[in-house]
Design a protein around this ligand. Structure first.
Ligand code: ADP
Length: 388
C-alpha cells in the first residue's frame, strides 16, 4: 500500500476554500500542526476567534477532503483560535489571561522569538523547579537520560517528580517498570504514580501503549498542562520533564508555556554534528529558558565482552561543540548494553547498579544540574547563534 504523505494531504486541502476569503485554506496559511502517522491524519485550521463557530462546516469539509484520500483511516481537524504575535510594546493580545486554560490556548505558530507568555507560566504550587530534558530528534536517549537524571537527583537527596511529556511515545511506564493507572480520589486531581522514591506521571498510564494517538500542537500543550497542574505532585524540589523529541511547534509552545528553570540537551556525537542539538539549544534561547548544558549520550562504545572502549561516533564532539556554543558540557554516557537493558527492563541503572561507573556519572550530572538550578547560576551570556 502506498504511504500517505503530508504533501498529498495538503494537496487535498487545497481543494477546500474559505468562503469569506475566497481562497483555499492552504494558500491562506490556515493549516498548521499537520501530522501524518500511518493512515491517521491530524491538523489544525487556524481561524480568527470571532469566526470560530461559523467555521464548523469548513472544518468538516477539510476532514472530508482528506478522508477521501486512499490510505486514510482517520482524520482529526480542529479549529484553533489564531493569536496575533505579541507586539513589542508589550501589549498582550486577548485571550492570554487565563491561568488555567486547558483548551483555549492560542496557537503560537508564527510568533517570532516570542517571550514566554505569562498565561501558562504560573508555577506549579509546591514544585521548586521544573527542568526540561530535550533533544533535537528522537532516539538519542532522551528518555533514558531523563529517567536516570531524575533518579540520580533523588539519590542525591532531592524530592523528585518525573513528567513524561513525550506524549507521542510515552516510555516512562516501561522504563520505570510501572503498571496500572493513577487514582483520583476526589475526581479532580490525579495522584502521580510512585516508584524508586520518585513521583511519575505519563500519558502512557492513561492510554494503552498501542493506541495510536494524533496530537496537534495545542492538544499537546493542554495535555501537558493537565499533567503539570491537575496532578497532586505535592512538595517537590525538582520536576524533570521528558520533552517530546524535536524542535517543532509543539516543543516551542511547551518551552514557552511551562515555567522552566532550565533545559538539558541530550545529544549523540553525530547529532550535534548534524545541528539537531543546536536547534534544540536555540529553541530554548529564543524563549529565554536557560540551557543548563549538554549531555553526550552514546558517546563511545563499551564492549560487553572485553570492556574495550571504541569511539565509534567520533566521541568528544559534544564537549567541543558545547564550548563553541557557550553552554556547559555536563557529561558523557557510553553506548553500553547495560544501559539499554536496565532502562528498557524497568530498572534504570541508577537504581539497579547504584555503585556502577554509569550511575556515578548520572549522579555527578544531577549534582551539577541541581547546583545550577538552586543557585540560578546557569550561563546565559552565551553568544547568539542562528540556525535555520
Ligand atoms: P529517546 O527518548 O531519545 O527517543 P530513548 O531513551 O527511548 O530515546 O532510547 C532509545 C533506545 O536506546 C532505548 O532502547 C534505550 O534503552 C537505548 N539507549 C539509550 N541510551 C543508551 C546508552 N547510553 N547505551 C545503550 N543504549 C541506550
Amino acid at each position: 500500500m502506498a504511504i500517505l504523505t503530508e504533501a498529498q494531504v495538503l494537496d487535498a486541502l487545497r481543494g477546500v476554500t474559505d468562503p469569506d476569503q475566497g481562497k483555499d485554506i492552504v494558500a491562506l496559511g490556515m493549516i498548521s500542526g499537520l501530522v501524518v502517522k500511518g493512515g491517521n491524519v491530524g491538523f489544525s485550521i487556524e481561524v480568527d476567534p470571532k469566526r470560530g463557530p461559523a467555521l464548523e462546516p469548513l472544518r468538516q469539509a477539510a476532514e472530508r477532503a482528506v478522508d477521501a484520500l486512499a490510505g486514510v483511516t482517520s482524520v482529526t481537524a480542529v479549529l484553533t483560535a489564531h493569536r496575533p504575535a505579541p507586539t513589542l510594546s508589550g501589549n498582550r493580545p486577548q485571550g492570554q489571561g487565563h491561568s488555567h486554560d486547558h483548551g483555549g490556548h492560542g496557537h503560537s505558530h508564527g510568533a517570532p522569538a516570542a517571550k514566554p507568555a505569562p498565561a501558562g507560566k504560573a508555577g506549579v504550587p509546591g514544585v521548586g523547579a521544573i527542568i526540561a530534558v530535550a533533544s533535537g530528534k528522537g532516539g538519542v536517549g532522551k528518555s533514558t537520560t531523563s529517567v536516570n537524571l531524575a533518579l540520580a537527583l533523588a539519590a542525591n537527596g532531592q524530592r523528585v517528580g518525573l513528567l513524561d511529556a513525550d506524549i507521542y511515545g510515552p516510555s516512562m511506564p516501561r522504563m520505570m517498570g510501572i503498571a496500572g493507572k493513577p487514582e483520583s480520589p476526589d475526581g479532580k486531581v490525579l495522584k502521580p504514580m510512585e516508584k524508586y522514591g520518585i513521583k511519575v506521571m505519563s500519558m502512557g498510564f492513561l492510554v494503552a501503549e498501542d493506541t495510536p494517538m494524533i496530537w496537534r500542537g495545542p492538544m499537546v500543550m493542554s495535555a501537558i498542562q493537565q499533567m503539570l497542574r491537575d496532578v497532586a505532585w505535592g512538595e517537590l524540589d525538582v520536576l524533570v520533564v521528558d520533552m517530546p523529541p524535536g524542535t517543532g511547534d509543539a516543543q516551542l509552545t511547551m518551552a514557552q508555556n511551562v515555567p522552566l528553570a532550565g533545559a538539558v540537551i541530550v545529544s549523540t556525537p553525530q547529532d550535534i554534528a548534524l545541528l539537531d542539538a543546536r536547534k534544540g539549544l536555540n529553541m530554548f534561547r529564543r524563549v529565554d529558558v536557560p540551557v543548563l548544558g549538554i549531555i553526550e549520550n552514546m558517546s563511545y562504545f563499551c564492549c560487553p565482552n572485553c570492556g574495550h572502549r571504541s569511539d565509534i561516533f567520533s566521541h568528544g564532539g559534544a564537549r567541543a561543540e558545547a564550548d563553541k556554543l557557550g553552554v556547559d558540557f555536563l557529561g558523557e554516557m557510553p553506548l553500553d548494553i547495560i544501559i539499554r537493558e536496565t532502562s528498557d527492563g524497568g530498572t534504570p541503572i541508577v537504581v539497579e547498579k547504584p555503585d556502577s561507573e554509569h550511575a556515578k556519572v548520572y549522579r555527578g550530572i544531577a549534582a551539577t544540574v541541581w547546583q545550577k538550578i538552586s543557585s540560578g547560576g546557569s550561563r546565559r551570556t552565551a553568544p547568539s547563534i542562528t540556525i535555520d
